[in-house]
Design a protein around this ligand. Structure first.
Ligand code: CP
Ligand code: NVA
Length: 304
């Protein structure tokens, strides 16, 4: 296992599968792991807001016998009050792991380069690997398997879409991204996912038509149309993404028994309607809970 977890691609297909198995065991037998990281400290750097990430990392490290040191944007002012290099050089002497949520992906790469301790990416503009772990753990729980399933992501080709493509490619899950022109996944991320998919035979594709995209899908996934940092584009994006709303009509085009996922927070009435997110098909809160178990599996492997 690599020192850091910056993208799903930092884990081999085998390591990824093993992490999901470990997460499932942690979920089933939490007490077994209650002292695994006894006395270890996790610094949690936040440059963007959070509910799930904040709570699940905090609770997670405590449940493993360690403790957290949450650092909010106003406290360390990463890159302004102090350089990323200097923050890394300080923290590596004080804590046994660094979790970071920030804007540019390069910041987590630099932090990982300079810190001797593990760095865990808790969302950048490029990827959200902990989210994808929880997502595939959830799909596996509900569907009983992963290989050969089809997940269709409908909406913006963003950080969450990238991580889903990377994980699908490595786990043998076909991933279709249905997005409007101009909002495709990053071309390099797409190329990487397609290359990785050769090993498992997964199909990774980008399509324009959401109705066609969800055909044959076992899981439908969406995310906000304007991510954190893109708030100024909210109104413009609302008009562009309207045809990409996940509603009952779209869900009815997917496979019978298809489930609905969303990383949350959701903008109800925009990217998803209430009748979908509150339906029996929706597993969004199970998915949110699984952030806890998945991240405990990551911390356990990297910080032991
Ligand atoms: N899904 C997710 O990362 O949620 P938060 O932004 O609330 O942490
Ligand atoms: N794409 C969203 C995900 C939030 C968990 C964002 O970056 O804001």
């Amino acid at each position: 296992m690599k020192k850091d977890f910056l993208t799903i691609r930092d884990m081999s297909p085998k390591e990824l599968a093993k992490t999901l198995t470990l997460a499932a065991d942690i979920k089933k037998h939490p007490k077994k792991y209650a002292t695994s990281l006894k006395g270890k400290a996790l610094a949690m750097i936040f440059e963007k807001p959070s509910l799930r990430t904040r709570v699940t990392f905090d609770v997670g490290i405590h449940q493993l016998g360690g403790f957290s040191v949450p650092l909010m944007p106003s406290e360390i002012s990463l890159g302004k009050r102090e350089s990323v290099h200097d923050v890394a050089k300080n923290l590596e002497r004080m804590v046994q792991g660094i979790m970071i949520r920030t804007f540019a992906h390069q910041i987590v790469i630099d932090m990982a380069k300079h810190a001797r301790v593990p760095v865990i990416n808790a969302l950048t503009d490029y990827s959200h690997p902990c989210q994808a772990l929880a997502d595939f753990l959830t799909i596996k729980e509900v569907k009983g398997k992963l290989k050969g399933l089809k997940l269709t992501y409908v909406g913006d080709g963003n950080n969450v879409a990238h991580s889903l493509m990377f994980a699908g490619a490595r786990l043998g899950v076909n991933v279709t991204v249905a997005c409007p022109e101009g909002y495709d996944p990053d071309p390099t991320a797409f190329r990487h996912a397609q290359e990785d998919a050769k090993e498992t035979g997964a199909r990774i594709e980008v399509v324009r038509d959401p109705m066609k995209g969800v055909e044959g899908a076992d899981a439908i996934y969406t995310d906000v149309w304007a991510s954190m940092g893109q708030e100024a584009e909210t109104e413009k994006r609302k008009a562009i993404f309207k045809p990409y709303q996940v509603n009952a009509a779209l869900m009815s085009r997917a496979n019978k028994g298809a489930i609905f996922l969303h990383c949350l927070p959701a903008h109800r009435g925009d990217e998803v309607t209430d009748d979908v997110i509150d339906s029996k098909a929706s597993v969004v809160f199970q998915e949110a809970e699984n952030r806890l178990h998945a991240q405990k599996a990551v911390m356990l492997q990297l910080m032991k």
